[in-house]
Design a protein around this ligand. Structure first.
Ligand code: PLP
Ligand code: COI
Length: 343
């Protein structure tokens, strides 16, 4: 095995084409056996369901090189089951969970030379996805689907890595109550593009979305859940009245890490925009974001500044970050079943 000649420590969160990807086709009511292929192109009907009515879902997880040289993934079973939930909500045939896990292993193994080395700060991002493939012109689900997995080495999602970012309270909404906010459908990201371009133009790294019904409660950002640390050092995790927050695997893991490794009290509750000025720390959490500290929230010109400031992560966020990434990189013992060894 010889690693690719990539400047691992300086890559951003972008797409680098790798050697092999996995493809399985759904036709006549069943999934075929699936193959690994070098072909990174997809040929589609001009009328494919995904092109006309955006019938697509995806997942995101990472492969890590551990301190002792293994290549592992983190709780991939939770991605497998969330993808089933997404498929059912989008009237798509779920890809069986064991096959999801097998496809991830196959693609990572076929691209081991692209798994960034331990300590480089980069990881291998894994993108499973599925879309409606055959021609659909009346509004209805497709009959044929393609499931694919590709991998790409990535660096930090936000420029500067662990440097605190500034986010804004968005004027747009992310998900209507009881809509598709709690699944990973491509359409949730399509409708966020105007909002994120607007936020970037204004100099903000991300949008914080409020609950769409009342615009009172904090929900999440375009690509990550949110965590806060209150004045007593407890972890506060926003809940949604309308089930429109994506159930982040990172956030669910942080909650367990906070309780069992760090002995923190965790409060999963409704959080209003009005109260966040009282919190000491804020962070965005997700596979891509890991835990990205937020130094400031801009609410229509009113700045909410956290005590942790704009220079570094607050102390509780740092402990959570170090413990979570320590588990992922193999120098802190993981809870049973969290680390899936591939190589
Ligand atoms: N929220 C949204 C909208 C996301 O796109 C993501 C990314 O997957 C997350 C939260 C974080 O979820 P996870 O920790 O499972 O990656
Ligand atoms: C992830 O964290 O895996 C995501 O899917 C977020 C995406 C916006 C890059």
């Amino acid at each position: 095995m010889s690693k690719k000649d990539i400047d691992w420590s300086n890559i951003g969160f972008g797409y680098i084409v790798t050697d092999k990807r996995y493809v399985s086709e759904y036709k006549d009511g069943k999934w075929d056996d699936g193959i690994l292929t070098e072909d990174d192109k997809i040929v589609l009907s001009e009328c494919a369901g995904v092109l006309q009515y955006s019938q697509s879902i995806f997942e995101g997880l990472k492969a890590y090189t551990t301190e002792d040289g293994h290549v592992v993934t983190f709780r991939p079973n939770l991605n497998a089951s969330r993808m089933v939930d997404s498929a059912l909500r989008m009237e798509m045939p779920p890809f069986p969970e064991e096959r999801f896990l097998d496809s991830i292993e196959k693609v990572v193994r076929a691209n081991l030379d692209y798994v960034p080395p331990y300590g480089s700060g980069a990881t291998l991002y894994i993108r499973p996805y599925m879309f409606g493939k055959n021609a659909v012109i009346g509004v209805k689900p497709a009959d044929e689907y393609q499931y694919r997995v590709f991998v790409t080495p990535v660096g930090p999602y936000f420029k500067g890595g662990a440097k605190p970012i500034v986010v804004k309270i968005s004027d747009f909404d992310r998900a209507a109550p009881r809509d598709t906010g709690n699944i990973k459908a491509g359409l949730n990201y399509a409708m966020s593009l105007h909002a994120i371009v607007t936020a970037h133009k204004e100099g903000f790294a991300e949008n914080v979305y409020l609950d769409a019904a009342t615009r009172t409660y904090i929900e999440e950002t375009g690509g990550a859940n949110i965590i806060f640390v209150d004045a007593d050092g407890n972890l506060v995790v926003p809940k949604s009245h309308s089930d429109s927050i994506l159930p982040s695997i990172t956030r669910r893991s942080i909650v367990e890490v906070a309780k069992t490794y760090l002995g923190l009290k965790v409060d999963e509750r409704y959080v209003t925009l009005d109260e966040i000025g009282a919190f000491k720390e804020m962070g965005l959490c997700g596979t891509a974001a890991v835990i990205s500290p937020v130094g400031k929230v801009n609410d229509h010109g009113r700045e909410i500044c956290f005590e942790s400031g704009m220079e570094e992560m607050g102390p509780v966020t740092k402990k959570l970050y170090d413990t979570l990434t320590g588990i992922q990189m193999g120098h802190i013992e993981a809870p049973k079943g969290w680390i899936h060894v591939i190589e």
